[in-house]
Design a protein around this ligand. Structure first.
Ligand code: ADP
Ligand code: ADP
Ligand code: ZN
Length: 223
């Protein structure tokens, strides 16, 4: 199963990718997470990506396509993967088609998550992550069961992304509408697109995506 989660920043792609990754035992491939790891490690890619990411722009197609080509070739991707945050441009989508073609793989489904713009701004402003295990939380919408303690690993250190601030959010939304939203049309035209209501509670969104995947596994095409 090769799945793309498509949606604006804050739509819930990472949240859903983690849940689906555990349920289906296939990896979550987040280019954002991989780039943040590169920045932290201070690698050549990280050095090139840092300022662009902080300003809310897009890292070059060349870099992210290279990262994904390496990653999908790794052994844990043999039964499939969930792409979270890639592709983000039509160029990246075309490169992905080519890459999957050479590996004789196909996309199972592309799930577009629709969320109102005002809600996206709220979600991003309140987002934080467990520094130990990467679990995602929100100040109001997804609090840990015990305040200050990660549900998953009991860690007590949390981080906020430097690009999750009110000014950068608007720049990122603009980039989304300009560069990434056209992919909705691209995948619709290829007969791959399904849409879920990303405004619903987290569990309901998961159920809606699972229903789409069930259609795929019974051989009925996504509509
Ligand atoms: P993305 O990966 O698309 O940028 P995230 O999965 O990081 O988005 O979610 C953004 C924020 O919104 C996080 O703080 C997360 O806890 C919260 N969130 C995710 N899905 C929902 C939802 N369905 N309802 C309410 N809050 C959500
Ligand atoms: P979000 O889901 O909140 O938009 P991500 O973690 O997916 O954030 O991405 C964070 C940043 O990393 C982006 O704003 C962009 O600078 C960079 N990035 C991630 N994925 C890509 C990609 N596929 N192409 C170009 N830049 C990317
Ligand atoms: Zn944790």
């Amino acid at each position: 199963m090769n799945l793309i989660l498509l949606g604006p920043p804050g739509a819930g792609k990472g949240t859903q990718a983690k849940l689906l990754s555990e349920a289906h035992r296939i990896p979550q491939l987040s280019t954002g997470d991989m780039l943040r790891a590169a920045v932290k490690a201070g690698s050549a890619i990280g050095k090139q990506a840092k300022a662009v990411m902080e300003s809310g722009g897009l890292v070059s197609d060349e870099i992210v396509i290279g990262i994904i080509a390496d990653r999908v070739s790794q052994a844990d991707c043999i039964n499939g993967f969930i792409l979270d945050g890639f592709p983000r441009t039509l160029g990246q989508a075309a490169a992905l088609d080519k890459l999957l073609g050479t590996k004789k793989k196909d996309l199972s489904a592309v799930v577009a998550m629709s969320v109102q713009d005002e809600e996206l701004v709220k979600r991003i402003a309140g987002r934080y992550t467990c520094a130990t295990c990467g679990s995602g939380y929100h100040d109001d919408m997804q609090k840990p069961r015990k305040a200050g303690v990660c549900d998953k690993c009991a860690g007590t250190t949390f981080t906020r992304r430097p690009d999750d601030n009110a000014e950068t959010v608007r720049a990122r939304l603009m980039v989304y509408y300009r560069e990434t939203a056209p992919l909705i049309g691209y995948y619709f035209a290829k007969g791959k697109l399904s849409t879920v209501d990303g405004m619903a509670p987290i569990g309901d969104v998961t159920k809606a995506i699972e229903a789409i995947l069930a259609r795929f596994s019974t051989g009925i095409k996504a509509k």
